[in-house]
Design a protein around this ligand. Structure first.
Ligand SMILES: [Zn+2]
Ligand SMILES: [Zn+2]
Length: 142
């Protein structure tokens, strides 16, 4: 499969803890078919609609060649790409880790949104993200 990021034909399927996903051997980006991210990361969203303010990405879906849209993954700072047709998600290498870490911290403090309204995320949620990041930094230094 052709990588939507580095354009190499280096995307191949991996299985981790029984969950299938694809990884680019060249740039280490990840491709998740619809629902696969949630299967791998339990703090991910089970269903994620493309928000109305998403911008059209310059990347194309590696699976179905559909248009991809870029938007911020709820309650994180990651801008992800999602295919409008098959709803697959492309994540750059650091983004998977950030979604896991930040949303995991939010879950601990009870402020994780697990269902997203179609209109998307409000800016005020960034405060939660900031406090989650600062509490993470604290735990890492002791
Ligand atoms: Zn790549
Ligand atoms: Zn697609």
């Amino acid at each position: 499969m052709k990588c939507p990021n580095c354009k190499h034909f280096a995307v191949s399927e991996k299985v981790f803890k029984g969950v299938k996903f694809d990884i680019c051997e060249s740039c280490k980006g990840f491709w998740f078919d619809k629902g696969e991210l949630y299967d791998l990361v339990d703090v991910a969203l089970k269903s994620l609609p493309i928000p109305s303010d998403a911008t059209k990405s310059s990347r194309y879906c590696p699976k179905c060649d559909g248009n991809m849209y870029t938007f911020k993954y709820p309650q994180t700072y990651c801008y992800i790409d999602m295919c409008e047709k098959c709803k697959g998600i492309w994540l750059d290498p650091k983004e998977l880790e950030e979604i896991k870490t930040v949303r995991g911290a939010l879950k601990k403090e009870g402020s994780l949104e697990e269902v997203i309204a179609p209109e998307g995320v409000k800016g005020s949620l960034l405060n939660f993200v900031n406090s989650a990041i600062s509490s993470l930094t604290k735990t890492e230094t002791w």
